[in-house]
Ligand binder design. Structure first.
Ligand code: SF4
Ligand code: SF4
Length: 489
């Protein structure tokens, strides 16, 4: 069954979203935990991700945060490299690479991201839900005294607030940096009301998401879930129920194994019932589903690929002594008894695009100099001629950005034998701090013999050279001059 099949079923049966009752009210889900091989692996992987996510803001590379998305200063640092708004090409290539990687991953592995690595799933299933079960009891289990008392929900709420506060601080550390965050924490909220308000709002949003909105984020709000149907094909890995093996389902499977013997031989035997399938309709795969769907209805948008239904059904199969895998990782083609094709157009095209985008990103990144030089013309007259007209002066601005992790002195010179020289300052020495957000702009005048300009052209291209310790950069610039005769009388 495809997503469209599942939607048709919902329309035919007058059904609603898995988390809505027919009267439109919310059906609160308390999925039952199904221990098994996939849950153990997901739990270990989730905690590894939580540790990494928490540690990243503290890790410094080249003296810079490993990841810092400083939106207010429009500066993005990844693994010791800082990108500025002027790095639009790099940013565009990075975004293209991320999107193509997502397309490729989904085409091959379906919603493996949602079930295994998405922060929404990781924190919901391995932090918030365990806390909920700890303080208010687990579905299908007897409650202890604390869980039955009114203290249970109160303690659950307090633990949610503490975890949300911690998560809000971790999340903000990616945007403001750990140093600034520590400064905020150490001061009174009255000293920094705006940042305090930001922390309160982020904490409230996290609390709302994990305490109230929960699976609705995956079902109705996440764009990735919406795009799933176009990114998957019949050869993509999905979690699927095998109807060929499971149907016809029924609770009386074992009893039906023995056909009744007709007593009256003059009466013909009842029509033979079809051989029962392996599904005993116990619904363990449904009660364990965090989005409340029945995987036996086929591939559905709500399925986040968490594999809890696999663990639940495997345990049932073990109990009734049937082989595991009635629900399993498979492809739609394989479930229909056809061959799964690993190589197909989109699986070839996406890696090609990804290779191009990543190669271009690396080339641009490696070619990037640790110093940026931008040359701008000063406002006003394009050039000024001396009294006798033999020398032409252009006034320009040179903006320098130091991307090196340390303070650095630079010299700017003019290359070539055009005769162009800086007026007043022969080498334009300048010192820049180790901070790309603090550029230095020099206003300089360049004097050039009139004869250097091409006759009739009025232009002369020179090369400016900026040099520091072990770094240098050259950039061309077009000086303007008078049109007409090369030299005045
Ligand atoms: S857990 Fe397995 S046997 Fe039970 S209803 Fe689901 S598919 Fe059928
Ligand atoms: S159907 Fe299975 S894999 Fe999909 S969300 Fe529900 S439990 Fe997880």
């Amino acid at each position: 069954m495809t997503i469209t099949d599942a939607q048709k079923r919902v329309e035919r049966e007058g059904g609603t979203l898995s988390t809505l009752r027919e009267d439109g009210s919310r059906k609160w889900l308390r999925p039952r935990v199904s221990p098994g091989r996939f849950l153990s692996r997901r739990r270990a992987f989730a905690w590894l991700l939580i540790i990494i996510f928490t540690a990243i803001p503290y890790i410094r590379i080249n003296g810079k945060p490993s990841i810092l998305l400083d939106i207010t200063r429009r500066e993005f640092t990844f693994f010791g490299k800082t990108f500025l708004p002027t790095d639009t090409l790099l940013l565009a290539l990075f975004i293209v690479s991320v999107f193509v990687s997502i397309f490729l991953m989904t085409a091959l592995l379906g919603r493996v991201w949602c079930g295994w690595a998405c922060p929404q799933t990781v924190y919901m299933e391995f932090l918030y839900r365990p806390l909920e079960r700890l303080f208010t009891g687990a579905p299908g289990r007897k409650k202890n005294r604390l869980q039955s008392s009114s203290w249970g929900p109160i303690l659950k709420f307090i633990s949610y607030v503490i975890v949300s506060l911690f998560l809000a601080h971790t999340f903000l550390a990616y945007f403001v940096g750990i140093d600034r965050l520590v400064t905020w924490i150490g001061r009174s909220p009255l000293d920094h009301p705006t940042s305090f308000l930001v922390i309160v709002i982020v904490t409230a949003l996290i609390l709302f998401d994990f305490g109230f909105f929960r699976e609705q984020l995956c079902i109705v709000a996440c764009p990735y879930g919406r795009f799933q149907s176009v990114m998957l094909d019949r050869n993509s890995l999905i979690i699927s129920y095998d109807p060929n093996r499971g149907e016809p389902r029924g609770r009386m499977r074992r009893a039906r194994k023995t056909a009744p013997t007709p007593v009256d031989l003059t009466v013909s035997a009842p029509p033979k019932e079809p051989e029962p399938g392996d599904c005993i309709d116990c619904k363990m795969c449904v009660v364990t589903c965090p989005t409340g769907i029945d995987i036996r209805d086929g591939l559905q948008l709500e399925c986040i690929g968490c594999a809890q239904c696999i663990d639940a059904c495997d345990a049932v199969m073990d109990k009734i002594d049937r082989p595991r895998g009635l629900i399993r990782y498979s492809t739609q083609e394989a479930i229909d008894g056809k061959k799964t094709h690993l190589i197909r157009p989109r699986v070839v095209l996406y890696p090609l695009l990804l290779t191009v985008a990543v190669t271009a990103f690396i080339v641009v990144l490696v070619g990037k100099k640790p110093i940026d030089m931008t040359i701008l013309r000063e406002q006003g007259l394009p050039y000024v001629a001396t009294g006798d007209g033999s020398m032409i002066t252009n006034n320009i601005k040179i903006k320098l950005v130091n991307r090196l992790p340390h303070r650095q002195s630079f010299r700017i010179t003019i290359l070539g034998d055009s005769g162009a020289t800086f007026v007043g300052s022969p080498d334009n020495a300048v010192t820049l701090e180790a901070d790309p957000r603090v550029p230095v702009t020099l206003g300089v005048a360049i004097s050039t013999p009139r004869g250097a300009f091409a006759p009739g052209g009025g232009q002369l291209t020179i090369t400016l050279h900026v040099e520091g310790e072990g770094v240098s950069k050259e950039q061309s610039y077009r000086l303007l001059g008078p049109r007409g005769a090369a030299n005045p009388g």
